[in-house]
Design a protein around this ligand. Structure first.
Ligand SMILES: Cc1cc2nc3c(=O)[nH]c(=O)nc-3n(C[C@H](O)[C@H](O)[C@H](O)COP(=O)(O)OP(=O)(O)OC[C@H]3O[C@@H](n4cnc5c(N)ncnc54)[C@H](O)[C@@H]3O)c2cc1C
Length: 435
């Protein structure tokens, strides 16, 4: 049997999971990432493995997919999850008016929720605002994307995939209407070369539309690049993720991550995922909004902030990115643009990367006569014990520095996110506000 060669562009959560899914179905896969591990949005997000409750009021599909993958990812990759649980809290009459819509949406999406008495909510979370009006428990968790993506790539490598980090796709090899591979540059050595393939999968997140529009004139992907800022306080005050009970809006989540509290987020449209400024007023807005739920947050300085860009699909005329769907879409460019040999996947969330990978894997399987089914709901992701004997080999195999890899693998309790990942802070474009 001839094994089809596939190139995946982008090793964020989406591209890394696709690489694992395709490699486990027997395809010959190479993933190409211009940056390092989590150089894109997957390193600049809120850190939630969503239960789906956040979407239950207005995006049932996203809610149902989230709860499904919440369970599966916790089973296949327990080493990157903290089972914090989540609380949705109502602080005023307006929040309370969302109760029945929230309960109905969670029921429709099969998200198990529990209404707590005010007394037991405050007993579980003593730092919550004592004038709380209602609280619901939901199965939100946190996910460490450094570990998640490293383990996806290590698992894919064991399935014979090739992983090229610090390697940029500069353009495409095009013969008539057919894409035959990509032109790449190794960003370390500056060497430029070509890589041939039967199919190229564009999983480059917020870069997806621009990359193929500029290089091969494909204009069928319309995206909304919705940036969001997060403000970090280096103290943790809750066990649970605290969500405001209302439709998704600015400043409605506080995520306990390691020993930090990450307050998020905002939504503003940008043109370029690498060139945009964070409005400093958003930082104080976030602190104020977070302290409505957890008043003590107002007494601690924000010592770091960062921002990421949601790669959302544009649907209809609205440019309100809060209302844009968290759904994902596969674009077969032979159908939409009459260009063969390339497909794109856009949208979704980190929490649903597995479902996105399965769907595009099924699509590619049909297209390329590979009848293997996705097994990614069962395959436990590989997570090595790193020691002085294998660290050299492991760091070479992923082109990551030994220091960085040790930080990812040997994390320890009681640290803040920034303490843990000092080598990654540049990657996250995070800025220290107070030294
Ligand atoms: C503020 C904010 C908060 C969020 N919070 C959450 C949350 O709590 N939970 C959740 O599930 N989701 C959350 N999301 C959404 C989630 O982070 C994204 O949907 C997800 O990370 C996107 O992953 P991706 O792989 O598609 O994109 P990315 O992670 O951006 O990966 C794309 C990769 O492609 C690479 N690339 C681009 N161009 C090229 C090229 N020419 N050659 C080679 N490589 C290239 C980039 O370097 C990048 O690494 C949040 C998003 C934002 C912005």
């Amino acid at each position: 049997m001839v094994v089809s060669k596939i190139i995946v562009i982008g090793a964020g959560a989406t591209g890394s999971f696709i690489t694992h899914d395709l490699a486990s179905r027997g395809f010959d896969v190479t993933v190409i990432e211009k940056g390092n591990i989590i150089g894109g949005t997957s390193g600049k997000f809120h850190g939630m493995l969503h239960s789906g409750a956040r979407y239950a009021m207005n995006d049932i599909k996203a809610a149902q997919e989230s709860i499904l993958d919440n369970k599966i990812i916790s089973e296949i990759a327990p080493f990157c999850i903290e089972n914090t649980g989540g609380l949705f809290v109502a602080l005023n009459e307006e929040d309370l008016s969302f109760q029945s819509k929230f309960e109905e949406g969670c029921k429709k999406s099969n998200i198990p929720i529990e209404k707590l008495s005010i007394e037991s909510a405050l007993k579980e979370e003593p730092f919550l605002n004592p004038s709380l009006k209602a609280a619901y428990k939901v199965p939100d968790k946190t996910i460490n994307s450094f570990r998640f993506i490293t383990s996806l790539l290590l698992t894919a490598k064991r399935e014979s995939a090739k992983v090229l980090l610090n390697t940029e796709v500069l353009g495409f090899i095009k013969e008539g209407n057919n894409i035959k591979g990509v032109k790449i540059k190794n960003n370390n050595t500056k060497e430029v070369s070509e890589l041939k393939a039967d199919l190229v999968v564009n999983a480059s997140g917020a870069w997806a539309s621009k990359l193929i529009a500029e290089k091969i004139g494909i204009k069928s992907i319309e995206m909304i690049l919705s940036a969001g800022t997060m403000a970090v306080i280096n103290r943790r005050f809750t066990k649970h993720i605290i969500n405001r009970l209302r439709e998704p809006s600015d400043g409605d989540i506080v995520v306990p991550f390691f020993n930090d509290s990450i307050i998020g987020t905002t939504a503003f449209i940008v043109d370029d995922p690498e060139k945009f400024e964070v409005d400093k007023e958003d930082i104080s807005f976030l602190q104020k909004a977070g302290s409505e739920m957890i008043p003590v947050l107002a007494n601690h300085p924000v010592y770091r902030y960062y921002a990421g860009v949601r790669p959302l699909i544009a649907v209809g005329e609205s440019d309100d990115s809060r209302k844009a769907s968290r759904d994902f879409k596969i674009f077969d460019h032979s159908a939409t643009d009459n260009i063969n040999g390339i497909i794109s996947i856009v949208g979704g969330k980190l929490s649903t990367a597995r479902i996105m990978a399965k769907d595009i894997g099924d699509f590619i399987g049909n297209k390329m006569n590979n009848t293997a089914e996705s097994k990614t709901d069962k395959i436990k992701l590989y997570w090595p014990q790193i020691n002085s004997e294998n660290i050299d080999e492991m760091s070479k195999s992923l082109s990551l520095s030994k220091d960085f890899l040790s930080e990812i693998i040997n994390e320890s309790a009681g640290k803040t996110y920034s303490d843990m990942y000092s080598n990654a802070m540049d990657l996250l474009y995070s800025r220290r506000l107070f030294e």
